[in-house]
Design a protein around this ligand. Structure first.
Ligand SMILES: [Zn+2]
Length: 457
């Protein structure tokens, strides 16, 4: 009996320690969610071949903010956004406003787009990918205003919701992401490549209050939001598999907010895929992976956060000569034509044409137990794999589509091989490339230095 009592007392001590009863937690966390489901028909972003606006809704779309505060008052905000992506032109006014009003450091507001391909088109983002009628453009402008307002509201509310928080990290695994680069002769085409690289890790961060109740579950996955890609379901507003994963998690943990941070898997698609039922299935698999991680022993994440942020300039190949631009300006392909016309207009006006692309990078380290590595753009999976190997000691969590999406961010291998992520996607982003092959080492080296600058000495 005495032994039982001693064991019980021991267990209670362990539990008290785990709940931070002995030591108050260092970090405070604030949370807020706003609905951004569009009302009425609207064009959806992500596929040039969609022909009409969506007029049905599957899941609601959300913008969710998770704010962190150090004891000295320093703050950082993750904003998880149900949309394909945001451009610099679209998001910078919002970031400037939030940063100034809350006196935040550069890079302290990280909007991470879920990359659902069933969310509305936004102003100034992949503007020429979707051909729209004037009434449709008005609808897009109206929705863009609403999204910006709600995003700011969510960030403001999270920054006013700080409560002491206990953090624990873990990881699961989901296997529906499939590399989509298939080698056909000397070309790379879309398809299922089961031999290609993927990142199946499902990173999880559990956030509890000092009473032990789960307040939030942050999770990620490295895969396109493209479970739906055909039929009537293609014209339905949906948060895709990540929204389903959130719904499943919130059903199992009533009162908790589930938030999704997109990983670096821009050359991976869900497989097999096609309809909304596939998005539901992928969401269930992802939620299962998260629940598995929550059920196993987790790694306490203690201490305050530190952030290192910068913008890099990624060099592009030399732009094509004028003759090529003039030829492209006569192309039957509308996107090829628009890109060439914009270059010719700049040349004629004596304006510079793009020679490089700016990309934001951030390392966010919490104590010695977790480091988020955030990168803008549609980042291919080679970066996730290389950064995780290189920075394993920092407990890395790789995040893509962060801050803004100027284009795909291919690796040296993908640039060498060519294909959509290196070449043809740039038509939709409005500039010529490809990137120079040196960008992979440039990005990895910069990210490694940012992470190293945060290690405790
Ligand atoms: Zn994409």
């Amino acid at each position: 009996m005495g032994t039982v009592r001693a064991v019980l007392a021991g267990l209670l001590t362990i539990q008290a320690a785990a709940l931070g009863a002995a030591e108050p937690p260092t970090l405070q966390v604030g949370l807020a969610t706003r609905d951004i489901t569009p009302q009425g028909p609207i064009n959806l972003a992500g596929y040039a071949s969609r022909k009409k606006p969506a007029d049905k809704t599957d899941t609601p779309l959300l913008v969710q903010a998770l704010a962190l505060r150090n004891p000295d008052g320093e703050r950082f905000v993750f904003v998880a956004l149900d949309n394909c992506e945001v451009s610099r032109a679209f998001i910078q006014p919002v970031i400037r406003d939030l940063t100034a009003r809350h006196q935040l450091a550069a890079g302290a507001v990280a909007v991470v787009s879920s990359h659902t391909h069933s969310g509305p088109v936004l102003d100034e983002t992949l503007a020429d990918m979707t051909e729209t009628q004037p009434a449709e453009s008005q609808q897009i402008a109206k929705y863009s205003r609403l999204l910006r307002e709600r995003l700011v509201e969510a960030a403001d509310a999270a920054l006013a919701d700080f409560q002491p928080a206990l953090l624990d990290a873990g990881a699961g695994r989901a296997t529906f992401a499939m590399n989509r680069r298939v080698y056909q002769g000397d070309k790379v085409v879309f398809g299922d490549n089961p031999d290609g690289p993927v990142d199946w890790e499902v990173p999880v961060l559990r956030i509890r209050g000092t009473n032990g109740a789960v307040r939030a579950i942050l999770f990620g996955y490295a895969c396109h939001g493209t479970s739906v890609r055909s039929g009537d379901d293609w014209y339905v507003v949906s948060g895709e598999y990540m929204a389903y994963a959130r719904q499943h998690l919130e059903a199992v943990h009533p009162g908790a907010t589930a938030l999704y941070l997109t990983g670096m898997g821009a050359d991976c698609d869900p497989a097999p895929r096609g309809r909304l039922v596939d998005a539901r299935r992928h969401g269930l698999e992802l939620a299962g992976a998260v629940m598995g991680a929550l059920d196993r022993p987790m790694r306490p994440v203690r201490g305050g956060f530190k952030i290192a942020h910068e913008e890099v300039d990624l060099p592009l190949a030399d732009p094509p000569p004028r003759e090529q631009l003039e030829k492209d300006a006569r192309s039957a392909d509308r996107h090829v034509r628009l890109r060439a016309e914009s270059y010719l207009k700049r040349l004629d006006a004596g304006q510079p044409i793009p020679l490089s692309v700016k990309l934001p990078l951030t390392a966010l380290r919490i104590g010695d137990d977790l480091t988020f590595l955030l990168m803008g753009g549609e980042v291919v999976v080679d970066y996730a794999r290389r950064l995780k190997r290189l920075l394993a000691q920092d407990h890395p969590w790789t995040v893509g589509y962060a801050y803004e999406v100027p284009c795909y961010i291919p690796s040296a291998r993908v640039i060498k091989e060519g294909g959509y992520e290196s070449d043809s996607s740039l038509i939709y982003y409005g500039f010529y490339g490809p990137f120079r092959g040196s960008i992979e080492d440039q990005l990895v080296n910069r990210m490694a230095s940012l992470a190293a600058s945060l290690r405790s000495r």
